[in-house]
Design a protein around this ligand. Structure first.
Ligand SMILES: [Cu+2]
Length: 450
C-alpha cells in the first residue's frame, strides 16, 4: 500500500483533477448563484481596492440583488465538481451530453483527496460510493484520523481524506456532493463525478450513495467528532506541548449575533451585533498608516447593544498577543460559516440554543480542531478561541455570499498597540523553528523510497 503524505504533493498537483497522487475537488453551485458570486466578488474586489467613494455606484445587477435582498436566494440548480456537471446517473434527472469529472485510480493504492466547498451558500454532503473517507486534515491542521462514510462541508471549508481503493472494481463508483439536509427539492442538484479503477468492469450503477442521517443535529455531532491531532508532528499552528490553548487566559470575549436581514435606512442589510459593515473611503491599512482620523472607529461592541441596527465602520480594538473568545450566535434560519483571515482558531464548542456563560463547561479545552472557517447552525452557537499572534488588520466575515454582500463582516485591528516580545519568547521562537525543520526532514524521508 502506498500512502501519499498530506501536503507534499500540494503544489505539484494543485489544480489537476486527474493527478494520480492527489485530487482536489472544488464543489460549487451554479447558474443564478454563480452569477451572484461573480458580481459580488467583482464588487467586493472593487470596493476593497478602490475603496468606496461616497458616490461609488454598485454594478447594476448587484443593485437589483440588493433590492431583492432579504429573500432567500433559493436552491442551487446544480453542484459542479471541479467545474464539471453531473454524470448521468439518472436519465430523468440529468440531461444527455453533460461533461463530467472522472478520477482515474489504481486498485489497492491510497489517495489523498482534498475537498473544498467553494460555493456561495449551500452546505454540501460529500461521499464516495462503497469507499470510506479517512479524515486526516482540515484547513491546514492534522486531525485525529477517523473514518467517515460522508462528510458535511460548509461554505468555505476544506478537508483531506485518505481513500484506499479497496473495492473489486466490478463497476466504477460515484463521487457525490449534494446539498446537506437533503430534501427532495434538492434531488436535481447533486454533483456527481466518477471514480474509475484502472481494472474497472463497467460504469457506475445507481442509486447514489446515501447521505446518511442528514439533519442539523447529525451534522453537529459529526462536526464535534472532528478533533485536532495533538500528536502529529506538522501542519499545526505550533509544535506539541508548546501551546495549550485551553490553559491560556482569555483576555476578551465577543458574542457575535447573526440574525435575518433587516432594513437599515430603507435597505436590506445583514449585521453582526447590529452593525452592518460600511467600507471606508480610504482602505483601512492606508488610513491607519497615514493616521487619517475619523475614517473608522475601534469600538466594535462585545455584544448586541440596545440600539437600532446601523451601518458603521467599526473595528475590534484588538491587542497584539491577546487571546480572544468569540461566540457566534446564529439566530437566523440558515447555516452560516465564518472565516477569519490570517489565523487558525480553535473550535471549542458548538450547541443548539442560546449561548450562556455556563456553556463554557462544555468546551473542549484539549483537542478542539484549529481551522480558519467554522459553521454555525441555525438556532445554535459555535465558540472559538483565537490567539492574536499575527499583527495587522484582519477581516472576519461570513462565507455565505448572500449575507456577506449585505454587510456581514468586520475587521479586527491589533497593529497599533504592537509590543515587541521579550527575550524569553525569542528563544521560544527558535525552538519552534528547529522542530519545524525536523518535521520537514521526516516528511522527505518517508517519501523517498517510493
Ligand atoms: Cu482568509
Amino acid at each position: 500500500m502506498n500512502i501519499f503524505t498530506p501536503g507534499v504533493y500540494m503544489t505539484a498537483c494543485y489544480f489537476s483533477s486527474s493527478c494520480p497522487m492527489q485530487s482536489i475537488l472544488f464543489l460549487w453551485n451554479y447558474n443564478l448563484l454563480e452569477e451572484v458570486k461573480r458580481v459580488t466578488e467583482a464588487t467586493h474586489r472593487t470596493r476593497t481596492k478602490l475603496s468606496v467613494h461616497p458616490y461609488f455606484k454598485l454594478p447594476f445587477p448587484l443593485r437589483n440583488l440588493r433590492r431583492a435582498a432579504g429573500k432567500d436566494l433559493g436552491f442551487p440548480d446544480g453542484i459542479l465538481i471541479n467545474g464539471f456537471g453531473p454524470y448521468q446517473y439518472d436519465k430523468q434527472l440529468v440531461p444527455d451530453g453533460i461533461t463530467y469529472l472522472i478520477i482515474n485510480v489504481e486498485p489497492a493504492k491510497t489517495y489523498r483527496i482534498r475537498v473544498r466547498n467553494v460555493g456561495i451558500s449551500t452546505s454540501l454532503n460529500f461521499r464516495i460510493q462503497n469507499h470510506n473517507l479517512l479524515l486526516v486534515e482540515t484547513e491546514g491542521s492534522y486531525t485525529v484520523q477517523q473514518i467517515y462514510t460522508n462528510m458535511d462541508i460548509h461554505v468555505g471549508q476544506s478537508y483531506s481524506f485518505l481513500v484506499t481503493m479497496d473495492q473489486n472494481a466490478s463497476t466504477d463508483y460515484f463521487i457525490v456532493a449534494s446539498p446537506s439536509f437533503n430534501s427532495s427539492k434538492f434531488s436535481k442538484a447533486a454533483g456527481v463525478a466518477v471514480l474509475h479503477y484502472s481494472n474497472s468492469q463497467g460504469p457506475a450503477l445507481g442509486p447514489l450513495p446515501d447521505p446518511g442521517e442528514n439533519d442539523a443535529y447529525a451534522s453537529m455531532n459529526q462536526a464535534r467528532s472532528i478533533r485536532w491531532n495533538v500528536s502529529a508532528g506538522a501542519a499545526r499552528p505550533n509544535p506539541q506541548g508548546s501551546f495549550r490553548y485551553g490553559d491560556i487566559t482569555v483576555t476578551d470575549v465577543y458574542v457575535f449575533l447573526n440574525r435575518s436581514p433587516e432594513l437599515i435606512n430603507g435597505k436590506w442589510r445583514t449585521t453582526l451585533n447590529g452593525i452592518s459593515y460600511l467600507p471606508p473611503s480610504t482602505p483601512l491599512k492606508l488610513a491607519q498608516q497615514f493616521n487619517l482620523l475619523g475614517l473608522y472607529k475601534l469600538d466594535f461592541p462585545n455584544r448586541l447593544m440596545n440600539r437600532p441596527a446601523k451601518l458603521d465602520t467599526s473595528l475590534i480594538n484588538g491587542t497584539y498577543k491577546a487571546f480572544l473568545e468569540i461566540i457566534f450566535q446564529n439566530n437566523g434560519t440558515n447555516v452560516q460559516s465564518y472565516h477569519l483571515d490570517g489565523y487558525a482558531f480553535f473550535v471549542v464548542g458548538m450547541d443548539f440554543g442560546v449561548w450562556t456563560e455556563s456553556s463554557r463547561t462544555t468546551y473542549n479545552k484539549w483537542d478542539g480542531v484549529a481551522r480558519s472557517t467554522t459553521q454555525v447552525f441555525p438556532g445554535a452557537w459555535t465558540a472559538i478561541l483565537v490567539s492574536l499572534d499575527n499583527a495587522g488588520i484582519w477581516n472576519l466575515r461570513t462565507e455565505n455570499l448572500d449575507s456577506w454582500y449585505l454587510g456581514q463582516e468586520l475587521y479586527d485591528d491589533q497593529a497599533q498597540r504592537f509590543k515587541f516580545s521579550s527575550a524569553s519568547s525569542t528563544s521560544n521562537g527558535r525552538k519552534i523553528f528547529l522542530i519545524a525543520l525536523v518535521a520537514v526532514a521526516f516528511g522527505c524521508f518517508v517519501l523517498s523510497p517510493s
